[in-house]
Design a protein around this ligand. Structure first.
Ligand SMILES: C[S@@+](CC[C@H](N)C(=O)[O-])C[C@H]1O[C@@H](n2cnc3c(N)ncnc32)[C@H](O)[C@@H]1O
Length: 215
């Protein structure tokens, strides 16, 4: 059920409730904890434990074998996604900052996933065309520069198999989705591109997570 408040966006989550449910459904093991604990001079902007677990379960539900991620940071969401893959599956994750990529590689190695994940250093718009020979893909997760989500969505639609997943975090654009500027227009275009090619929903996580199943 929902009441009028929750239907219009109110959340009953509190930090304590979020911690408790994550401890039950999405507990951290040492490898996840290591990737979650970024150094002090690196932004701690990874998905939350429950969102990471959601990505993992969605990838498993889709039977994903080949996955692309844009925006690696320290590899936290990467570990969640890569653990959903079968032993012969592969994940390519694109990261602009070499230092983030280096830390992610170390975290993925510590998680025993070095062979299953390729960390590509570069801008998503430059790197994605080079991944096309590995496709079609079973899932594409977007979590990098929001200004290019519309371009990433077009690439995802063109390179996903029918039934494959497109996922995009920060789909409420930090509350600025309906603003009258280029970034917000780009994010709205992202929503529209996904909805036109997929059966889709924007899951009401704290900042919105778009999920589309490619038709
Ligand atoms: C929100 S963080 C990713 C968090 C990660 N997905 C997680 O949940 O663990 C965004 C990352 O995207 C990277 N980034 C920013 N612009 C990018 C671009 N144009 N191409 C690829 N990566 C980019 C940033 O350096 C940062 O590490």
């Amino acid at each position: 059920m929902a009441d009028p408040d929750s239907r219009t966006g109110a959340s009953y989550a509190s930090p304590e409730i979020l911690d408790w449910v994550a401890s039950v459904h999405a507990p951290h093991d040492p490898a996840l904890a290591r990737a979650f604990a970024t150094p002090a001079d690196m932004p701690a902007i990874m998905v939350g434990p429950s969102e990471g677990r959601l990505l993992h379960l969605l990838a498993r539900l889709a039977g994903a074998r080949r996955v692309v991620e844009v925006g690696t940071l320290a590899g936290y969401s990467t570990i969640h996604l890569a653990r959903a893959l079968p032993p012969d599956g592969h994940l390519w994750t694109v990261e602009f900052e070499p230092r983030h990529a280096e830390l992610a590689r170390a975290n993925l190695a510590a998680a025993g996933l070095a062979e299953r994940v390729t960390v590509v250093v570069g801008a998503g718009t430059d790197a994605l065309p080079g991944l096309e020979p590995h496709g079609p893909f079973d899932a594409v997760f977007l979590d990098a520069d929001k200004a290019n989500y519309d371009r990433y969505a077009r690439w995802a639609i063109a390179n996903l198999r029918p039934g494959g997943l497109v996922l995009g975090d920060n789909a409420y654009l930090f509350g600025e989705l309906l603003d009258d500027d280029e970034r917000a227009r780009g994010m709205r275009a992202f929503h529209e591109i996904v909805a036109a090619a997929c059966d889709s929903v924007c899951i009401p996580t704290p900042d919105g997570l778009v999920l589309g199943i490619r038709r």
